[in-house]
Design a protein around this ligand. Structure first.
Ligand code: PLP
Length: 358
C-alpha cells in the first residue's frame, strides 16, 4: 500500500518497520554499530544507521517530506540556520524558543547573521521586513506565548522575495499542522517533546520537501549532520520511534484535556489571562499576581510536574521567565502548562488547589 493512502494515525503505527517476511522482526531494528561491511548502502555510523532510517521514514511521511534525525532539537535548529549565508538576515518571532533566539544572538554578535525580531501574528508587519532578508523563521504556535502565525500567507510572501522559510513545528506536531504543505522549505522539530512523548530522551529532526529544491536542502542538512558530527544515538532514536507510535492517541487525549482546562481556567479568580490557541495541548496562563505568586503556584502542584519541558505524557508546569534566556516579551508571571494524558479532573483539582496560593 502507498503510504499516502493511509491516514496519519495509521502511518505512525505501520511505517519504519522491517519488510514483512516470514521470521523477520516486527519492530524497527536497533542497530548499535559504528561501521558496516564495505560496499553496502551505508559505510559508517556517522553517515547513516538503520534505526535512523526507520524513524525518518515514519516522521518524513507524516510531514510529506524527507526527514533527518538530529541529536537534539537544537541540533536541528543549528542545521537549519546553517542554510543562512554569511551576513544574511533572519526574520524571527520576538518570543520564539529561547534556544533559537540565543543561538541567533550569538551568531549576530559574531557578525555572521543579522536578526530582525517580529510579531509573527501581524502578517503585514512581518511581510514589511522581508525584502532583502535570507530566511524567515516561523514558530507556530510560539513557545510559550502560543501565538499563531499565518504560515501559508507568510511563506508565499517570503518566496516572492527569495527567502528560505523554516517552521519550528514542535508545538503543533505533524498531526495538527504540515508546514511543507503550507509552503515551508524546512520543518524543524524538537523530537524531545510530543513526538517521543515520554520525557526520557533528547532528539531533533528536520524535514524538507520532495521537490528538486527540497532534495537539495535535504542534502545540505544531511551533510551538515555528517560533518558537524553531533549525531543521534541509535537507542534514543529507537525509543523515539517507539513513542511516535502512540502520538495520535496521546495528542488526542492531551488536547481534549487542554480544552477542558483552558475553559475552566477562563474566569478563574487567580488567572488574569488564558493563552490557548484552540488546538493542541499547550496552555499558558498569566497569573493574577506577580512572578512570586506564579512561582508559588508551580511549587504547590503535586500532580503537575514542576520542570522545564513539555510534550510528555505527564503534565508539566513552569514559570518561563525563571529561564535566564527567556525574552522579555514573555510576562514574568506567565506559567506554561504542558497538559498530559492523566485524568482531567485530577489535573484540575491539583491546579485549582495550587492557584489557591495566589
Ligand atoms: C524544546 C524546543 C526546542 C529545542 O529542542 P531540544 O530537543 O531541547 O534541543 C526547539 N524549539 C521548540 C519550540 C522547543 O520547544
Amino acid at each position: 500500500m502507498e503510504d499516502v493512502e493511509l491516514s496519519p494515525a495509521t502511518r505512525l503505527v505501520s511505517l519504519g518497520r522491517m519488510p514483512s517476511a516470514p521470521g523477520e522482526q516486527v519492530g524497527a531494528p536497533l542497530t548499535m554499530s559504528s561501521t558496516y561491511h564495505a560496499d553496502g548502502a551505508v559505510s559508517y555510523g556517522r553517515v547513516g544507521n538503520p534505526t535512523w532510517s526507520a524513524f525518518e521514514e515514519a516522521l518524513g511521511s507524516l510531514e510529506n517530506g524527507d526527514a533527518l534525525v538530529f541529536a537534539s532539537g537544537m541540533a536541528g535548529v543549528a542545521a537549519a540556520l546553517s542554510l543562512v549565508p554569511h551576513g544574511g538576515r533572519v526574520v524571527v518571532p520576538t518570543a520564539a524558543y529561547n534556544g533559537t533566539l540565543a543561538t541567533l544572538a550569538d551568531r549576530s554578535e559574531a557578525g555572521e547573521v543579522v536578526v530582525t525580531p517580529v510579531d509573527v501574528t501581524d502578517t503585514d508587519a512581518v511581510v514589511g521586513t522581508l525584502e532583502g532578508a535570507a530566511m524567515l523563521w516561523v514558530e507556530s504556535p510560539t513557545n510559550p506565548l502560543l501565538d499563531v502565525a499565518d504560515v501559508a500567507g507568510l511563506a508565499a510572501a517570503a518566496h516572492e522575495r527569495g527567502l528560505l522559510v523554516v517552521v519550528d513545528n514542535t508545538f503543533a506536531t505533524p498531526l495538527l499542522q504540515q508546514p511543507l504543505d503550507l509552503g515551508a522549505d524546512v520543518v524543524v522539530h524538537s523530537v524531545t517533546k510530543y513526538l517521543s512523548g515520554h520525557s526520557d530522551l533528547l532528539l531533533g529532526a528536520t524535514v524538507t520537501g520532495r521537490s528538486e529544491a527540497g532534495r537539495a536542502l535535504h542534502e545540505r542538512l544531511r551533510r551538515h549532520r555528517q560533518m558537524h558530527g553531533a549525531i543521534a544515538g541509535p537507542m534514543e532514536t529507537w525509543l523515539a520511534l517507539r513513542g511516535l507510535r502512540t502520538l495520535s492517541v496521546r495528542l488526542e487525549r492531551a488536547s481534549a484535556n487542554a480544552r477542558v482546562l483552558a475553559d475552566r481556567l477562563e474566569g478563574h479568580a487567580a488567572v488574569e489571562r488564558v493563552r490557548y490557541p484552540g488546538f493542541g495541548a499547550m496552555v499558558s496562563i498569566d497569573v493574577a499576581g506577580d512572578a512570586a505568586a506564579a512561582e508559588r503556584v508551580a511549587a504547590a502542584t503535586r500532580l503537575w510536574v514542576h520542570a522545564t519541558s513539555l510534550g510528555g505524557v505527564e503534565s508539566q508546569i513552569e514559570r518561563r521567565r525563571r529561564q535566564p534566556g527567556e525574552p522579555e516579551a514573555v510576562p514574568d508571571h506567565l506559567l506554561r502548562l504542558s497538559v498530559g494524558i492523566e485524568d482531567v479532573d485530577d489535573l484540575w483539582r491539583d491546579l485549582d488547589a495550587a492557584l489557591g496560593t495566589v
